[in-house]
Design a protein. Structure first.
Length: 272
């Protein structure tokens, strides 16, 4: 009984956190049509399940359109089987039909000698473009992605360490003059809570790892390095990831170093 109550509490807490993020950033309005990008992993699946469960508790409503981008372009029989199991599971639990878009990311990006950072950029851009095309085709008002609190913190630190800039991954980004929004409703939720939500369910969900061309050719990923740094520092500083997230939400602009540069120069890439 206690274990069942803990599971219910986990779902309740996640729903509350997601609801706060949706309200804080005005992500969803009554009548919205939302494309939900799925990767096969637990983050995007949790996003779809939580958005679907939320429909039972809110006064208005919205429509969900799950979509999966297949990096193998349907050419991997083993991957096709995983996708079909995921599609069947989603339909059985939500009644929603997951559509599949095939792209040749694996073949294209592993056959040529790209730099590892270029592989990640090109793969991400292609997948994002296909999702946006799908969203427009379905006349969606927004595209929802499963990025969570840890993803945002990792991206923020990557931009600092490698890009030498203070920038982050936005919970809501308006596109094409406001015709569509890219939203991240899980932005207040940590990876560990998502894992508890997915793996703590009574039924087994057919989750699988996202197909990453860069990992397939064993290139060293910058995100993995930053993730290791966070793993080492977090036990030593209570609330480390939440503090980083809050810092990027509350910048003290008068105390940023750009005020020390000449107005004629942006100071971009200048060394101290």
């Amino acid at each position: 009984m206690k274990e069942h109550e803990e599971k219910l509490l986990t779902v309740k807490n996640l729903s509350k956190l997601m609801g706060l993020a949706i309200n804080d950033y005005e992500m969803i309005k009554d009548g919205d049509r939302i494309a939900v990008g799925l990767s096969g992993g637990i983050d995007s699946l949790a996003l779809l399940m939580l958005l679907h469960e939320r429909l039972r508790r809110i006064p208005g409503g919205y429509e969900l359109f799950p979509v999966f981008v297949d990096n193998f372009n349907g050419e991997s029989l083993q991957h096709n089987e995983r996708i079909e199991k995921l599609k069947e599971s989603i339909y059985n639990k939500t009644g929603l039909n997951m559509e599949i878009i095939g792209i040749t990311a694996v073949k294209t990006l592993t056959d040529k000698n790209f730099k590892h950072r270029d592989i990640c950029f090109l793969c991400s851009r292609k997948r994002r473009n296909e999702l946006i095309k799908f969203a427009f085709k379905k006349e969606c008002t927004s595209l929802a992605l499963g990025h969570h609190l840890d993803d945002i913190v990792e991206t923020s630190l990557m931009n600092m360490f490698y890009g030498r800039e203070l920038s982050s991954m936005l919970p809501r980004l308006d596109l094409f003059g406001g015709k569509m929004s890219l939203i991240r409703p899980l932005c207040y939720i940590s990876k560990s809570r998502i894992e508890s939500y997915i793996y703590g369910r009574e039924e087994i969900l057919p989750v699988f790892g996202e197909v990453c061309p860069s990992k397939m050719i064993r290139r060293e990923l910058r995100r993995e390095k930053v993730r290791e740094i966070i793993k080492v520092i977090s036990p030593k500083i209570p609330g480390f990831t939440k503090n980083i997230f809050a810092a990027f939400r509350n910048p003290k602009r008068d105390y940023l170093l750009d005020i020390n540069f000449s107005p004629k120069s942006s100071g971009l890439f200048k060394r101290p």
